[in-house]
Design a protein around this ligand. Structure first.
Ligand code: NAP
Length: 335
């Protein structure tokens, strides 16, 4: 459509768009992770965030969110921030006559991704702009599988990304592993890589890596919040067993993890201290920390072999899930 022919909401979005950002992002699925991202984008669009962070608005002008679950953490339409629109189904979105989408985020469960993507691409109405960027959060669904699905339905080859966020994105303190089968071109702030980086900027720290590393890292970084919650629980439990009140023990454990994380990062940034040097700096010979560390540093049973084992098992599970997904989707197609 020629620029001069834009109408209504479409005109509003196109005119208001800032350079270096997507204009209209469609988020499909708003459960735990989709909800965390959406709530952070909501915050990042607010005036108070922009003032506090001293950033110019480089976020999309419109977020459309589709989730069929009554429990989706979106609230009712009237509670949504101004740039956000929520729909209970793809059909409702299609009827809404919103402008074309230039970025699609698939935030449904892994086994729901390919069916959801194929119904979206099969819609009679052109929902995606021809160069729309597609992003998937799904664990265990590699880029070639997603690309094959897109190739089967589209004549163009849209930019494709996988994003593996950790749950603290909800407060802007997450990490995001991002992979793509495209090539990044430097110094182009309207390239898909730059736009994806900008979109996720309010979430924490993004790291671009190969799809293989993203897969392998899922069991480590994506699951890390679960592992650390477990460690917080272990600290609180040990303190409680020593006689601390349960809630007092939890508060001490939360503050310990928070304080140590910030302190370690600062020491590394300012003095280039490595984690092992930080350990040495606190584990004085003959002291209490050194005594406790003997258990945690055991080569066979200590934290390092334990973390490796946990990461390996989680990666193994991701591979099993990928196979299960293949069978499940295959069975649906045969029916
Ligand atoms: N949770 C994490 O910490 C985490 C971390 C990294 C990556 N991820 C990835 O993020 C993705 C989402 O995970 P999640 O934990 O947020 O899942 P979730 O809580 O189950 O959220 C998915 C939501 O999408 C809805 N949905 C599914 N298909 C739909 C469709 N066709 N139309 C409309 N709504 C639909 C679901 O509704 P129903 O319940 O009715 O199906 C549900 O509300 C996954 O692919 C996962 O691998 C999650």
């Amino acid at each position: 459509m020629a620029q001069g022919m834009l109408q209504g909401a479409e005109k509003e979005v196109a005119q208001g768009a800032t350079s270096g950002s997507f204009k209209h992002v469609l988020v499909l699925g708003c459960g735990h992770m989709g909800g965390a991202l959406v709530s952070r984008w909501g915050e990042a669009c607010s005036d108070s965030y922009q003032q506090a962070e001293a950033v110019a608005t480089r976020l999309p002008n419109l977020f459309s969110i589709i989730d069929r679950s009554a429990n989706a953490p979106l609230g009712t339409g009237s509670l949504l921030p101004p740039r956000f629109r929520a729909y209970a189904s793809l059909n409702d979105f299609v009827q809404s006559d919103k402008p074309m989408v230039d970025a699609l985020l698939l935030a449904v469960r892994p086994q729901q991704v390919l069916p959801a993507l194929s119904s979206l691409l099969a819609s009679d109405k052109a929902l995606l702009s021809p160069s729309a960027t597609i992003m998937s959060l799904a664990a265990g669904l590699p880029l070639p599988r997603l690309r094959a699905e897109l190739n089967a339905s589209l004549t163009s080859a849209p930019p494709l990304f996988r994003v593996m966020p950790s749950i603290p994105v909800a407060i802007g303190e997450g990490i995001l592993l991002i992979s793509s089968d495209g090539e990044e071109k430097a110094d182009d702030d309207s390239s898909p890589f730059a736009l994806v980086r900008e979109l996720f900027a309010p979430m924490g720290r993004s790291v671009f890596c190969s799809d293989e590393l993203l897969d392998k890292g899922t069991g480590l970084w994506g699951s890390a919040p679960g592992y650390l919650f477990q460690m917080i629980e272990a600290f609180a439990e040990s303190a409680h067993a020593l006689g601390y009140e349960a809630e007092q023990a939890r508060i001490l454990a939360f503050q310990t993890f928070r304080g140590v994380g910030i302190f370690a990062e600062k020491q590394h940034a300012e003095k280039k201290l490595l984690p092992e040097q930080l350990v040495e700096s606190i584990a004085l010979s003959g002291g209490t920390t050194e005594a406790g560390l003997r258990v945690l540093r055991d080569k066979e049973t200590g934290l390092v072999p334990l973390m490796r084992k946990a990461g390996e098992l989680a990666y193994q599970r991701a591979q099993e899930m990928e196979k299960e997904m293949g069978k499940e989707i295959g069975a649906k197609i045969e029916k």
